[in-house]
Design a binder for this molecule. Structure first.
Ligand SMILES: NC(=O)c1ccc[n+]([C@@H]2O[C@H](COP(=O)([O-])OP(=O)(O)OC[C@H]3O[C@@H](n4cnc5c(N)ncnc54)[C@H](OP(=O)(O)O)[C@@H]3O)[C@@H](O)[C@H]2O)c1
Length: 302
């Protein structure tokens, strides 16, 4: 197949490209720096460069300013939104002028779509949330709602559209790399009350779910990219401590998270709902890493 990927140079995109190359697909990546893309992958800097006569079977849309790289100033929030919205709009513009439209768009989104749930200080009863769950007014939820709404314009053009609501992706790099330093110093521990959910997924399964979307024409709309056994923060850190052979005894109080990271800490670290991958399970997707400890061991080479 010919596959166009935005964000193909990122943490998820790199693994995805490797896997798709192994399966002999032809890949074109949209990137701000085409020179960094290794052959045989082709690269372009601007979707306007695409000839209307070119055909892609599948388009995968992952590009966007990193969510957790910097404190959420108003300018950074704008960059986080615009980098996603503008890329997705440019894809829709390209689809409109393409002589033959792709059969499938898989567009990134995140479990942030489902919002904060109960306030982080309250113990969440932990009712599972599947793809029918709703969002709220939080920044993460509004971002995902906006990003998804534009992607869904592809379905009005007759393109099957999947919205990949991704959880915390575990692999070499990404969120896990950010969690490691305090643990390695023996300073790891639960964040806030530790009762917030952390829906995670091993990167091999996220790539697997993308392949599942490609292979199954019945899959469309929102699909959660999360493992079937999400855990609360306190269990996540305990398991991570065990895998690293380091204790996880030093809690990070919520007020410090709020002080250091502001709204970003509130939404990304102190809140979390129990998201479950109902659609992937209903579609008989078989998870390679349904449980956290083996997923962490593989991701950390332990
Ligand atoms: N990793 C996770 O745990 C996770 C969880 C939930 C959702 N997601 C979503 O999944 C997508 C991919 O995640 P990832 O972890 O692979 O992200 P990543 O490593 O940060 O890569 C994102 C890609 O987007 C492009 N990009 C970055 N900033 C940009 C900007 N300001 N304007 C235009 N393009 C920009 C970059 O491509 P170039 O530098 O080549 O232009 C980069 O390769 C993201 O949209 C992310 O929000 C990820």
């Amino acid at each position: 197949m010919r596959i166009l990927i935005t964000g193909g140079t990122g943490f998820i995109g790199t693994q995805l490209c490797q896997r798709l190359l192994q399966e002999q697909h032809q890949l074109l990546v949209l990137t701000r720096r085409p020179e960094q893309v290794p052959g045989p992958i082709e690269a372009i800097q601007n979707l306007d460069q695409l000839d209307a006569a070119l055909y892609f079977d599948v388009v995968i849309n992952l590009a966007g300013e990193a969510i957790a790289a910097k404190r959420w100033s108003e300018g950074q929030k704008r960059e986080i939104i615009e980098s996603r919205v503008n890329t997705t709009r440019a894809l829709i513009t390209y689809f409109k002028r393409a002589k033959r439209k792709p059969s499938l768009l898989i567009s990134g989104s995140a479990i942030g779509y489902y919002g904060l749930g109960e306030a982080s200080s309250v113990v969440d009863a932990g009712a599972p949330v599947d793809e029918d769950g709703g969002g709220d007014q939080s920044f993460s939820s509004q971002l995902c709602q906006q990003w998804e709404a534009i992607a869904l314009e592809a379905s009005e053009l007759g393109i099957r559209t999947c919205l990949l609501r991704t959880g915390i992706v575990l692999g070499r790099g990404g969120a896990l790399a950010k969690m490691l330093p305090p643990f390695k110093l023996g300073l790891g521990g639960r964040v806030g009350s530790g009762s917030q959910w952390m829906p995670w997924i091993h990167i091999a399964d996220l790539v697997g779910i993308i392949q599942h979307c490609i292979a199954n024409e019945a899959v469309q709309g929102a699909i959660n990219g999360t493992a079937p056994n999400p855990v609360r923060n306190r269990e996540f850190v305990r398991t991570l401590g065990r895998v690293l052979g380091r204790p996880a005894l030093l809690p990070l109080p919520a007020f410090i998270v709020r002080l250091l990271l502001g709204q970003m800490g509130e939404e990304l670290l102190l809140a979390g709902r129990r998201i479950v991958p109902r659609k992937a399970l209903d579609g008989a997707y078989r998870f390679q890493y349904p449980d956290l400890e083996p997923a962490l061991r593989e991701a950390l080479g332990k």
